[in-house]
Design a protein around this ligand. Structure first.
Ligand code: HEC
Ligand code: HEC
Ligand code: HEC
Length: 260
């Protein structure tokens, strides 16, 4: 496995031992980690029986699977005849690209700044997953299913590892980490990789890239009324007066470009 992730793994192992010695799993267990897409799929699709909801379209999974090329991000690395570019890169670089942290940092969820997910081998095939953008879900998967979640402030969600992708700045940080690079996360395209044939990353523009994903969410206007709307607005748009509840929210804020 690549050097970049080795120190993180050593650190994680050392921490795990310390936690065990200190008998303090309640402190140590809080570091968010990736768990994979399997659970998300059960609920976030139109044939779910687990969720009935007035907030989301419940087509998130279908859109990601059918129309969003992020789900191919790992598949394009696997050694097989049709993956000519990946095969060529493995030969030129001298390592198996579908197993190496230098590629899997962007093409799956193997980040240099986090311990590798224990079940990484069984979840890597999902590529750039729900969690790549929404954040590692070990700490928020449970609480986020509740109605009360609508009144939580984005900072509280972030503390559990859920990225506030409604904030254009946070969204940009997530997108840019793979489409430009992020050194601490181990997401770097080197000259060597370009020489081996990696496509040039096209300049990223947030709005058009978002539209092309395509969006699997509904902005505020599209959602219409929903339970605890007022609490949701107060938590997410504190600058505005919740008593007026943004009944007629400015178009820019209600679009998918602003906080939506
Ligand atoms: C048992 C069902 C269930 C599972 C499993 C589940 N979700 Fe959800 N999710 C929900 C429900 C219900 C809501 C809406 C909560 C509400 O009513 O506001 C939701 C909301 C969300 C939201 C919007 C949160 C917000 O703050 O507005 C995101 C993003 C999300 N889920 C992603 C995921 C991801 C990623 C996974 C897998 C790691 C996942 N969910 C697993 C049921 C589920
Ligand atoms: C900084 C993040 C990053 C790293 C690191 C990275 N890639 Fe990529 N890679 C991307 C992005 C983003 C694209 C899609 C480019 C586009 O928009 O066309 C891509 C595209 C590709 C494609 C083309 C897929 C297709 O069919 O169009 C291959 C093959 C590929 N990468 C292989 C690799 C290999 C092998 C490595 C490691 C040696 C690697 N990548 C490292 C971000 C990365
Ligand atoms: C490439 C990044 C990316 C990936 C991958 C991704 N999402 Fe999202 N998701 C977003 C963004 C950005 C938003 C919200 C933007 C907004 O509301 O303005 C969002 C919004 C959502 C919402 C809120 C829906 C609503 O109507 O408010 C849910 C639920 C959700 N995503 C679930 C998922 C699930 C489940 C997956 C995997 C099948 C997934 N997402 C994969 C970026 C991503």
């Amino acid at each position: 496995m690549h050097d970049l992730i080795r120190p993180t793994r050593l650190l994680a192992n050392a921490l795990a031992v310390c936690c065990w010695l200190a008998n303090a799993p309640f402190v140590c267990g809080e570091t968010p980690s990736f768990v994979g897409n399997r659970d998300c799929i059960l609920c976030h699709s139109s044939d779910t029986v687990a969720v009935k909801n007035d907030f989301m379209a419940l087509r998130e999974v279908e859109l990601w699977y059918e129309d969003d090329i992020h789900n191919d991000a790992y598949a394009v690395l696997v050694p097989k005849p049709e993956n000519e570019l990946a095969n060529q890169m493995s030969r030129a670089l001298g390592y198996a690209v579908h197993e190496d942290g230098r590629c899997l940092s962007c093409h799956a969820n193997l980040r240099a700044d986090m311990a590798p997910p224990p079940n990484f081998d069984s979840i890597k095939e999902y590529g750039v997953t729900c969690e790549s953008c929404h954040g590692p879900s070990s700490e928020w998967e449970d609480p986020h299913k509740t109605l009360a979640w609508r009144g939580k402030r984005p900072q509280e969600k972030e503390a559990l590892g859920m990225v506030d992708v409604r904030d254009p700045v946070r969204r940009a940080q997530q997108y840019f980490s793979c489409h430009i690079g992020n050194e601490p996360q181990g997401k770097l395209i080197t000259h060597e990789m370009y020489a081996a044939g990696h496509p040039l990353l096209p300049p990223i523009e947030l709005v058009s890239f978002t539209e092309r994903m395509p969006p699997h969410w509904r902005n505020l206007r599209e959602k219409g009324d929903f339970l605890l709307r007022r609490e949701f607005l107060a938590a997410n748009y504190p600058a505005w007066d919740a008593s007026e509840a943004l009944q007629d929210m400015p178009a820019v804020a209600a679009s998918s470009w602003g906080r939506s």
